[in-house]
Design a protein around this ligand. Structure first.
Ligand code: GDP
Ligand code: IMO
Ligand code: MG
Length: 424
């Protein structure tokens, strides 16, 4: 049985958590393949709003198994907080949540290194979530990392102390380094490690392969977005993992020829949190309205998200990199009331008009070229069928579908599970 992927096509926060939750009813296994607690995936149902960071977004479904794959980095302290937050829901987590032995651990000193490195960059900072993501993936590729499987071995303490000593030495290179009270961080870390040990820690790639043989339906859940991908994103203003489709292969052990549908998810406009180029960013009232109506604040850090018009140059690029087979458009409801909706269809650059994503998106000569479309006044949040969409909203969807040459299969008109409309 092939595996389907769901991933973000913009700079993250597209609504992945909501849609994974909606789709889980059709799957047996939901598997996160990369990222860590830098992610904040929001789900809303029955009046409850819940934000997940490391745990896959299928966890509230009664039967699906949720797997944290080898490509994920886990902070045991944050993991414990997440697990504690799930207590009221009475979920049998020891049966429903599996963790890969090969997932890497975020150490307290990784977080300290992240903070020190960002502080040292000054104005050039990435705007990292300060969760230790960059330093942890650096240790993974540098072959120094500690994996979840290590906590089950007698050499674990020794490994931990040795990597910690290395990090403390590195930290002396940062004069700005602020004391993050290592002892306090370590206490929470070791409590988290003890909790992790009580879960099923498995050879997750074998588990996935045998589930495939048994005909189980698997959905791989991405974190961040394609424009934050370490290779194809707006480097260096990116995260440190492969957020695009290929990341599901390396982050779970799924063979490329076993990938079936790739669900690409995007907002009807665009947002970005943290530093880095964003050609269609708005600094005017329109941007402020999007931020206010869309409640655009980071689900992990609470930072305000930058807002702007939809960018089809960037979206087409993301669709191509991922091989998206279907699209899902989120937050169309936020655009209700705009007289005109702008869609960026090309960039004006010093080298002329360009339809492909330039190498350096920080190039100050880049200006978006917009097509204006008429907006809609109606509130979309109570609509349950496509036929009831206002004509201009239908035209907006049609315009995007034609430009992106990929079917938009789901339109979301609010944060709740129920505010989800399947098309065609
Ligand atoms: P993720 O990181 O991709 O899972 O997305 P986040 O959870 O960080 O951010 C998406 C935000 O938009 C959350 O607050 C969701 O509850 C909310 N949301 C999702 N879909 C819709 C929608 O169609 N309309 C509105 N108004 N909010 C939505
Ligand atoms: P979800 O899964 C939005 C951004 C940070 C920063 C850059 C690098 O909720 O969509 P990092 O902490 O990874 O070193 O930060 O990436 N970033 C996100 N932005 N949504 C996310 O996750 C993000 N995860 C990281 O703001 O600009
Ligand atoms: Mg998010």
């Amino acid at each position: 049985m092939a595996v389907d992927l769901l991933l973000g096509l913009q700079w993250g926060d597209e609504g992945k958590g909501k849609i994974v939750d909606v789709l889980t009813a059709s799957y047996d296994i939901i598997a996160r393949f990369q990222g860590g607690p830098n992610a904040g995936h929001t789900l809303e149902f029955e009046g409850i709003k819940h934000v997940l960071h490391t745990i896959p977004s299928g966890i509230f479904h009664p039967t699906a198994v949720n797997l944290i794959g080898n490509g994920v980095v886990i902070d045991p302290a944050i993991f414990k907080k997440e697990i504690d937050g799930l207590t009221p829901f009475d979920i049998d987590l020891t049966q429903k949540l599996l963790i890969s032995k090969k997932a890497h651990l975020i150490l307290p000193t990784h977080r300290m290194l992240d903070a020190a490195s960002e502080a040292a960059k000054g104005k050039a900072k990435i705007g990292s979530t300060l969760k230790g993501i960059g330093p942890t993936y650096m240790d993974k590729t540098g072959r120094n990392g500690i994996r979840v499987g290590d906590i089950l071995t007698p050499k674990w303490e020794e490994k931990y102390q040795s990597l910690k000593a290395k990090h403390l030495n590195m930290l002396t290179a940062y004069p700005e380094n602020k004391d993050m009270e290592l002892e306090v961080l370590e206490k929470a870390f070791f409590e988290g490690v003890a909790l992790l040990r009580s879960f099923q820690i498995i050879d997750s790639e074998h588990y996935i392969h045998s589930a495939q043989k048994q005909g189980k339906k698997i959905l791989a859940e991405g974190a961040q977005g394609s424009l934050l991908d370490i290779d194809f994103g707006t480097y260096p203003y990116v995260t440190s993992s492969t957020t695009t489709a290929a990341g599901a292969c390396t982050g779970l052990g799924v063979a490329p020829n076993q990938v079936k549908d790739v669900f690409g998810i995007f907002k009807a406009y665009a947002t970005r949190v943290g530093s880095g180029p964003f050609p269609t960013e708005l600094f005017d009232e329109d941007g402020k309205t999007m931020a206010k109506v869309g409640h655009e604040f980071g689900a992990t850090t609470g930072r305000p998200r930058r807002c702007g018009w939809i960018d089809l140059v960037a979206l087409k690029y993301a669709i191509a990199i991922n091989g998206a087979t279907q699209l899902m458009m989120m937050k169309g409801d936020v655009l209700s009331g705009f007289k005109t909706i702008k869609v960026c269809t090309a960039y004006k650059t010093a080298a002329g008009v360009q339809n492909h994503l330039p190498y350096d998106l920080t190039d100050p000569s880049i200006e978006p070229i917009y097509t204006d479309l008429p907006g809609w006044e109606e509130d979309l949040t109570g609509i349950t069928e496509e036929k009831d969409f206002p004509k201009t909203f239908k035209d907006y969807i049609q315009f995007l579908e034609n430009e992106l040459e990929t079917p938009i299969k789901i339109v979301s008109v609010g944060p709740d599970r129920k505010q989800t409309i399947f098309r065609g």
